[in-house]
Ligand binder design. Structure first.
Ligand code: AMP
Length: 355
């Protein structure tokens, strides 16, 4: 059994966006202090945390100082440079550990890892040259999606290929960088499971949520998902299998396609996840508290959902509807404190209780 962190211990968070902000709020509620490391000035998480380091991920000096000032380090995004992790890991534990990051940072490694666990993913092929792409198309067929192996998010770094004429356009558009080609999945629904694993190996999953995307960005997550009992249990069990295989500590999001032939895994995110925001108003212990519990050695909450919920992201100017939304007492409002409501920018979200 691990010793839980003591009250007043400091949790270091790499990344100061909205996920870092909500992690810091949860940590603070639990009696911990937080220290945010973020290259951008005035990040959302800094408004609610005890300490902020503004420095780049190349600044080893700043990273060492940060690591020395905290009791455990976690992160809110998966594209942390490997050298930055080396620098902090030499001084302080990073949870979840980097095997999960290494797997999810690279779409090819991720698919190989999942396939080795006998979990289903879309048909795929590795593409490192334009010639590979031509061979990959022969294996995967049209239509398909070319995705950069690294640094993709919210549908960025992707190109749908419908015919041979689009091959070299896709290759150039994605910067001729290493990619995977994925067969286009004919899914009926997209769902995700938010799962957690503690330092003692306890695993807890929240109910699967049903996700709708708009312009490649998550728009809503609805609970319960309109799926069968078997799909529900399959989704939860495969999430547990992934968490155990990685010896994972913390919260993870697993995005799935529901098809007529069962579930396919789209991707895993080794962090709290936008499609888990519903837990803030649908569960006693939400995904943020659950993550802080896991990394600080506390027991996990049971993940039980007490309400049916619709989570809606407020993107760009949609945040201006807050006055109206605030009049509905069945809506929990979560704003990120970002000053400019730019197009496509996640400004906040709401959770509406349905029942
Ligand atoms: P991703 O960044 O990989 O999560 O992809 C963003 C969105 O693109 C997904 O949520 C799906 O709606 C869609 N998408 C990604 N990959 C595929 C695929 N192989 N087949 C069909 N749709 C996909």
């Amino acid at each position: 059994m691990v010793d839980p962190l003591k009250q007043g211990a400091v949790i270091g968070i790499l990344g100061g966006g909205q996920l870092g902000r909500m992690l810091a709020i949860a940590a603070s509620r639990m009696g911990f202090k937080t220290h945010i490391f973020e290259p951008e000035k005035n990040p959302p998480a800094s408004h609610v945390s005890d300490q902020l380091t503004t420095a780049s991920y190349e600044d080893n000096n700043a990273l060492s100082k940060f690591a020395k000032s905290v009791d455990v380090i976690t992160f809110e995004f998966e594209n942390i440079p490997a050298d930055a992790l080396n620098a902090v890991e030499a001084i302080c534990d990073v949870l979840p550990a980097r095997n999960a990051l290494a797997t999810s940072q690279d779409r090819l490694k991720e698919k190989e890892f999942l396939s080795e666990l006998n979990l289903k993913v879309a048909p795929y092929a590795n593409v490192e040259t334009e010639k590979d792409l031509i061979l990959a198309i022969k294996a995967v067929g049209f239509p398909s999606i070319l995705k950069t192996r690294r640094f993709g998010y919210d549908g960025k770094g992707q190109y749908k290929i419908n015919n041979a004429a689009e091959l070299s356009v896709a290759w150039s558009e994605l910067g001729k960088s290493p990619c995977v080609l994925e067969g286009l999945v004919n899914f009926t629904k997209e769902i995700s499971v938010i799962g957690a694993r503690s330092q003692n190996g306890e695993v807890v999953c929240y109910d699967p949520g049903e996700n709708l995307h708009r312009d490649g960005i998550l728009h809503t997550t609805s609970l319960p998902a309109n799926i069968t009992q078997s799909e529900n249990i399959d989704a939860v069990l495969l999430t547990g299998k992934i968490l155990n295989a990685l010896n994972y500590v913390g919260v993870m999001g697993v995005e799935l396609f529901v098809t007529k032939n069962g579930l396919l895994i789209n991707e895993i995110a080794p962090r709290v996840h936008n499609s888990g925001h519903w837990t803030q108003n649908g569960c006693v212990i939400d995904q943020f508290e659950q993550h802080i519990r896991a990394v600080s050695g506390w027991p996990l909450g049971d993940g039980k959902r007490h309400s049916d919920i619709l989570m809606t992201n407020l993107i760009g100017k949609e945040v201006l509807d807050v006055d109206k939304l605030s009049k509905d007492s069945n809506i929990g409002i979560h704003l990120y404190g970002k000053s400019e409501a730019k197009d496509g920018r996640k400004m906040g979200h709401i959770n509406k209780i349905k029942n």
